[in-house]
Design a protein around this ligand. Structure first.
Ligand SMILES: Cc1cc2nc3c(=O)[nH]c(=O)nc-3n(C[C@H](O)[C@H](O)[C@H](O)COP(=O)(O)OP(=O)(O)OC[C@H]3O[C@@H](n4cnc5c(N)ncnc54)[C@H](O)[C@@H]3O)c2cc1C
Length: 372
């Protein structure tokens, strides 16, 4: 609650807690009135926004995926889909965002935005939200998104559901249904943000499906100027790229994953052989990673990488929910497991009940035979 012209106003931060009713000396407020004001505030918010993160002038795949999903949500709400682009010398990316489905693109192109900086990026995004009042804002659950979006949600006094694996609209109540693993991944929770706007969610890469690309599509371009005195409290002096084991799991079209059923680190020789034969990369369950059989860079799942390859092959993988959330959008899933009741078979396109040490060599032999 705030005072405007000596009159009480329901502020952006209202959560209908009722404290203001108790402290109002005149008893002038009722919960119904406050709730009506909150509903009116929500009714003024319109549109689905996607934060189009870019690095070195390149849009990561997750932006296309978010615009695909954002387009479906916007259609359900009957509103426009917009993208927000921040950076320096990035305005040329607007055409790509239109092609990916954005109807409006807000571009803040300024040398002060050249390097990602939480402070200034959050300020610009929060200011745009306050001005244009979108009802939904989506961003990638990338390193950049994870750093930026919680700050924006705090500045906008709204909620945020991180690492969503599913998004849908409750049309009647105009609510974003945000699904993500909860309680250590043991249940899938659907979370709503009924009072504050925008409803904000981050989504892991490779979870949502891209939309249909419209080459040459045009839209409305809105140029956003930074205030002359706008400056970040911190300054990026140099960007040093990390050197470590690089496993391009997220972009791979074929991923062969090994689990504890491999029996030991040497079991990964078979996984590597199959991945090489199929031109794919090696993935692993956390079970195998925790045992030190392979590095964390290979881990697939809730606390590893999210993948969506054309072909996923799981050897000795049980299919725990924390693993499934990171691979279930794979196009074709092949699972080999001795236990016919293993949960991986519930999502598998092809399930083979058998010992991987017999099945995988037979698959490799057949593959070689087919290739002559
Ligand atoms: C907060 C949290 C986050 C997590 N994050 C992740 C994550 O990101 N990724 C992840 O993978 N897990 C994650 N986990 C762990 C997850 O719960 C499971 O423990 C893990 O996925 C199990 O790995 P697994 O399938 O290799 O092992 P197991 O569950 O032990 O399964 C091994 C399977 O191999 C089969 N098998 C055994 N021998 C053979 C054989 N010879 N041939 C064929 N099949 C055989 C068995 O029947 C069994 O189904 C997380 C857990 C928590 C609590």
């Amino acid at each position: 609650m705030s005072l405007v012209d000596d009159k009480a106003q329901v502020s952006e931060a209202c959560t209908l807690c009722g404290t203001c009713l108790e402290v109002c000396p005149e008893g002038a407020l009722s919960l119904e009135e406050v709730a009506r004001a909150v509903d009116e505030r929500a009714a003024f918010s319109r549109g689905v926004w996607v934060f189009a993160e870019q690095r070195d002038g390149l849009l990561p795949e997750v932006v296309a995926e978010l615009l695909g999903q954002g387009g479906r949500l916007a259609a359900d709400l009957g509103v426009e889909l917009s993208a927000v682009l921040l950076g320096h010398e990035v305005a040329g990316l607007a055409g790509e965002l239109f092609a990916l489905g954005a109807e409006t693109v807000y571009v803040a192109d300024d040398p002060r935005l050249q390097y990602f900086n939480d402070d200034i990026y959050a300020e610009v995004l929060a200011r745009l939200i306050a001005e244009h009042k979108p009802e939904v804002l989506l961003a990638g659950a990338t390193a950049l998104g994870r750093s930026l979006i919680p700050r924006v949600a705090t500045a906008a006094a709204t909620g945020l559901t991180a690492d969503c694996t599913g998004l849908a609209i409750d049309k009647q109540r105009r609510l974003l249904l945000q699904t993500r693993p909860a309680f250590g991944g043991n249940i899938m929770a659907t979370i709503i943000c009924p009072l504050a706007r925008p409803q904000m969610a981050t989504v892991q890469p490779r979870v949502m499906k891209k939309g249909q690309r419209q080459e040459g599509a045009a839209g409305r371009l809105v140029t956003v100027e930074l205030a002359p005195d706008q400056a970040a409290a911190t300054q990026v002096l140099e960007v040093v790229r990390a050197v470590g084991e690089q496993v391009n799991l997220s972009a791979a079209e074929v991923v062969v994953v090994g689990g504890r059923g491999l029996g030991g680190p040497e079991g990964f020789d078979l996984v590597r052989e199959m991945a090489e034969a199929l031109g794919g990369v090696v993935g692993a369950t956390r079970g195998a990673v925790d045992l030190g059989w392979i590095g964390h860079a290979h881990q697939v799942g809730q606390t590893g990488r999210t993948i969506g390859p054309k072909l996923y092959i799981g050897l000795g993988v049980s299919g725990a929910v924390q693993h499934l959330v990171g691979m279930q959008s794979s196009e074709v899933i092949v699972a080999v497991n001795t236990d016919a009741c293993a949960p991986i078979f519930q999502v598998a396109t092809y399930g083979i009940v058998g010992d991987l040490h017999e099945v995988a060599p037979a698959m490799l032999a057949r593959l070689k035979e087919l290739r002559g």
